[in-house]
Design a binder for this molecule. Structure first.
Ligand SMILES: *Cc1c(COP(=O)(O)O)cnc(C)c1O
Length: 370
């Protein structure tokens, strides 16, 4: 069996090469290299896909969250609830506004925000909750939304890993006040470089995000606010428009890999992702928990199977957050997960044979490690 990479991005390009090359040359021929038709066209189709009335393209997923929080007026002195076990971008976006990220621990089975813990973290300064659909598994939005409404808080969904996921049958993209997206190449809907977007059904919010991402300017050389330069690149937008047409099919292929893993690995002691009956995950990542992770990961690597760790160090223990004063032991669930999670290869270009090979080898490694 040839080596199995964690994710084969070149295979994704090969499959769509003709369409992608055509989309790119279309932009090059148009002469519009910032904003323009390609961006507007992708924004319209992505908003439609998400069931939202607006999509605003931005430069990346971090900016999507940051500009959304700013557009909501969140700033110094404010607190925003974030998951303790997310990619650091969720925290950084809050910090970049001058506000304070307040971590809440996850439910272990789903790795997502535990609604029962949110209320205890709310203070008179809390302005919003960022629910991350981690690994492409939808968080329990109805429960979180009820808390947000009860306390008059904004609900932002960080859907950077959840393109095409569904919650109670409805696409992720329009449940909260705003939903933020990343099109980083490895995401389920990935560009050939950086990209991001915000979807929302609040027209005023969409306008404000657009304003902030375009130098605070609606009309050239008239600057209403001190904005940023954060726009979705038209070449990336044109490629994303092509890939959006394949997203559901490619997610279906991920689902097949996930079901093979769930099936074969149910016989062993690894902790598998728990999928609540209201969730249709996008299977961005397939994350198991194993106690002897270092040994297992090395043994899989020796057998040509590449695995990754999402994420080895939770944000509160990063040097970047040293000043926040959260020491080891302060968020025990996030810390334990960081020590045990292992992401198996998954992607639209893995075959069923590949998935079986990974799963049987993982089973074997675990049995030998006992
Ligand atoms: C990828 C990711 C981001 C950031 O996206 P970029 O486009 O890399 O800035 C934010 N949140 C989560 C959960 C992510 O996985």
């Amino acid at each position: 069996m040839s080596p199995i990479p964690f994710l084969d991005l070149k295979a994704a390009y090969r499959e769509l090469k003709r369409e992608i090359d055509h989309a790119i040359s279309g932009v090059l021929d148009s002469g519009r290299y910032v904003q323009g038709h390609a961006v507007e066209s992708f924004e319209a189709s992505f908003a439609n896909y998400c069931g939202a009335t607006h999509a605003v393209g931005v430069a990346n997923g971090l900016d999507a969250i940051h500009l959304t929080l700013r557009a909501m007026g969140i700033g110094p002195g404010d607190e925003v609830i974030v998951p303790s076990n997310t990619f650091i971008a969720t925290w950084l976006a809050v910090s970049h506004c001058g506000a304070t990220p307040v971590p809440v621990e996850p439910i272990e089975g789903t790795h997502n925000l535990d609604p029962d813990r949110i209320e205890r973290a709310i203070t008179s300064r809390t302005r919003g909750i960022i629910a991350v659909h981690l690994y492409g598994q939808p968080a329990d939005i109805d429960a979180i939304k009820m808390i947000a409404e009860r306390h008059g808080l904004k609900l932002i969904e960080d859907a950077a890993q959840a393109h095409g996921a569904r919650y109670r049958g409805q696409a992720i993209g329009a449940h909260g006040h705003a939903v933020t997206w990343s099109f980083y190449p490895g995401k389920n809907l990935g560009a050939f470089g950086d990209g991001g977007a915000v979807t929302t059904s609040d027209a005023a919010l969409a306008n404000r995000i657009r304003l902030l991402g375009n130098y605070g300017s609606r009309t050239k050389y008239i600057n209403d606010v001190q904005g940023f330069n954060s726009r979705l690149d038209p070449i990336q937008a044109a490629c994303l428009n092509v890939k959006l047409g394949h997203l559901d099919e490619w997610n279906a292929r991920r689902r097949i890999v996930a079901s093979i893993y769930l099936d074969i690995l149910s016989e062993c002691e690894v902790q598998l992702p728990h999928v609540p009956n209201w969730a249709e995950p996008a299977w961005h990542l397939f994350v198991v928990r194993v106690r002897e992770r270092g040994v297992i990961q090395a043994e899989l690597a020796a057998r040509g199977i590449e695995t990754l760790i999402h994420y080895p160090t939770p944000p509160h223990l990063q040097a970047a957050y040293r000043d926040a004063g959260m020491t080891a032991g302060s968020l025990p669930i996030a810390e334990q997960l960081a020590g045990e999670v292992l992401s198996l290869p998954i992607g639209p270009h893995m075959t069923s044979d590949d998935a079986q090979h990974v799963a049987t080898n993982l089973l074997d490694c675990i049995r030998r490690s006992r």
